[in-house]
Design a protein. Structure first.
Length: 572
């Protein structure tokens, strides 16, 4: 399948609307010309490539304007949060090259201040305790075309609300029995402003605060308050929060008025288009299903779009940064073709991955006129065209392996590889001719008998012969046995979440992972360090899996093919 994509040059990317907005804010003296951004992950899953866009945007804007950048965990829901996710997120951020200095925070750091703010809202007549059930709250909320109805508990006295809220904190009520709501406007055209819930009861142990709290702030209340508390000037978030911005502003304005001793910054929310990519699912809930229902081996499965999965596949931070820059920053959602991401990965690895020879589907070749005990060391470049990478010695002997697909008994006209009576050059070695095909009882080809021309050594060819085909090979005597994982897209459809297909798992690609256990490679790969990148000549870019290495396994994961698109079969 051929895929076209547009590449955006650096100057166009730099003129994104957020960059221009910040320039204008500085010129107008907003927040005294300061720039302070943040990334606020919820520790309930692993980060994915979509999060990388938000991370790098926030981090790079702060860096570009000599500002500050915070990492803050939104740990306001103890039911879903785990320390494992905190650790994985920090590891991913470090790997991406993000430096937050000493500005690592948790929403739970300021639970006491948020509780105080909630009480001050009650005292100001701007919040009340509501006894409606969650279902009744939704019913009273109204619709996009009909206004909401006021709760029968909306006009409780300040004293009663304070008493009930304090009893909520003391654990006297069951989950769902009561909530604290902001008193805003039940007739607002924005449903988020119709007396939103700002505190709920959760009898759950928090991974940091233990059992100190049994009431927790809602995200739409906690987030803007914490932004203002930390001095965040530009709260950059994805476009689905656009309708939440009036509530964000309401919380910030009230915090400035009611908590002036701690709130000094009028934080400003700005939304940008989230990342969507073909053949990819970026819903954290759906990624969790893939893990929990066993469709993948874990959050760091190389087929996953998680940062951990991409890292284990061999994708580099530089490739991700390049991809995010090319995608740019827009106001409206769109879908980026996977081919662009592949291009960025390939462009980066092309400059740093050593070239080696590996045969993934071996076919034995015996060079009949080569002495049985003779081994010749051939010098091959590690990076053609770049002398700084040096050279390596590769053994060549009587028996070698070639790719099975590089031989056809009855080839078509333009087949320039090996066939009976036809000659081909072995990369960095000699020209050989196929003289005989050996088959087993079932008619399967198991061996080729060839002869070589000693006058055709690469770099010293005096034969005058011209052949169109060059193929790679591995000495059978010296071959390193390796396991290779060939990865394809996890889904067969460009839009795996298309509702017409039913559940998105119906579009999972059964061939997303092919494991080859009989592959062989140059002997040097037996000593390769886990985490090393290689280009297997004519086969793609591969990465020695460091996770598997800890278990004593030598597995080379294919990071990306050499072509601009995956050789995938797409169901239309």
């Amino acid at each position: 399948m051929e895929v076209d994509f547009q590449m955006t040059n650096g100057s166009e990317v730099q003129s994104n609307f957020i960059y221009n907005m910040i320039v204008k804010d500085i010129e107008e003296g907003k927040n005294n010309g300061k720039v302070h951004t943040r990334f606020p992950p919820e520790p309930n899953g692993y980060l994915h490539i979509g999060h990388a866009k938000a991370i790098l945007l926030n981090y790079n804007m702060a860096k570009q304007f000599n500002g500050l950048f915070n990492v803050r965990f939104d740990d306001t829901n103890p039911v879903k949060e785990e320390q494992e996710y905190v650790d994985s997120i920090l590891e991913d951020l470090r790997w991406l090259g993000v430096d937050w200095g000493d500005r690592l925070f948790f929403a739970s750091d300021s639970f006491d201040l948020k509780y105080e703010f909630a009480e001050r809202l009650i005292k100001a007549g701007r919040a009340y305790v509501c006894d409606l059930s969650p279902e009744e709250i939704r019913e009273y909320r109204g619709t996009l075309t009909e206004p909401g109805r006021e709760s029968p508990y909306r006009n409780r006295s300040v004293e009663e609300n304070l008493d009930l809220f304090r009893r909520m904190r003391n654990g006297e009520f069951a989950e769902g029995e009561r909530v604290l709501r902001a008193k805003i406007d039940m007739s607002s055209g924005n449903l988020n402003m119709r007396d939103p819930v700002i505190y709920r009861i959760l009898h759950a142990t928090h991974h940091r605060t233990g059992d100190k709290w049994c009431i927790y702030p809602m995200y739409d209340f906690d987030h803007p308050f914490t932004d203002a508390l930390e001095g965040i000037t530009h709260s950059l978030c994805s476009i689905e929060y656009t309708d939440h911005r009036p509530l964000y502003d309401w919380v910030v304005e009230n915090a400035l008025e009611l908590m002036p001793e701690v709130i000094k910054t009028r934080s400003q929310q700005t939304e940008f288009a989230r990342l969507n990519m073909t053949y990819t699912v970026l819903s954290k809930r759906k990624l969790r299903r893939l893990v929990e229902e066993g469709y993948v081996e874990g959050w760091d499965d190389p087929r996953m779009p998680t940062i951990a999965g991409l890292r284990r596949r061999g994708v580099t931070p530089a490739a991700i940064a390049d991809f995010q820059e090319r995608v740019g920053v827009a106001r409206a959602d769109s879908t980026v073709d996977l081919a662009l991401f592949e291009h960025c990965i390939r462009s980066d690895l092309e400059k740093k991955a050593q070239r080696v020879m590996a045969v993934l589907d071996p076919l034995k070749v015996v060079i009949t006129n080569w002495p049985a005990d003779k081994v010749e060391m051939l010098e091959l470049e590690n990076m053609p065209g770049n002398d700084s990478f040096g050279t390596r010695q590769v053994p060549f002997g009587r028996e070698i392996y070639i790719e099975r697909e590089d031989f056809l008994e009855n080839p078509p006209k333009k087949f320039h590889r090996l066939s009976p009576g036809q000659e081909v050059r072995l990369k960095g070695a000699y020209i050989v001719r196929c003289d005989e095909v050996i088959k087993d009882a079932a008619g399967n080809i198991i061996e080729l008998r060839c002869s070589y021309d000693p006058q055709t050594k690469s770099g010293n060819d005096s034969s005058g012969k011209k052949v169109k085909g060059v193929i790679h090979w591995v000495s059978a005597q010296h071959a390193a046995k390796i396991t290779v994982h060939l990865y394809d897209t996890l889904f067969t459809k460009e839009d795996p979440e298309n509702e017409e297909d039913g559940d998105f798992t119906n579009n999972i690609n059964p061939d997303s992972l092919v494991i080859l256990t009989d592959a062989v490679a140059e002997p040097s790969l037996a000593e390769a360090a886990p985490g090393s990148h290689f280009q297997f000549m004519r086969k793609g870019y591969f990465y020695l899996d460091p996770v598997a290495a800890k278990e004593g396994k030598m597995i080379f994961n294919r990071t990306v093919t050499l072509r601009d698109t995956w050789a995938r079969k797409v169901q239309k």
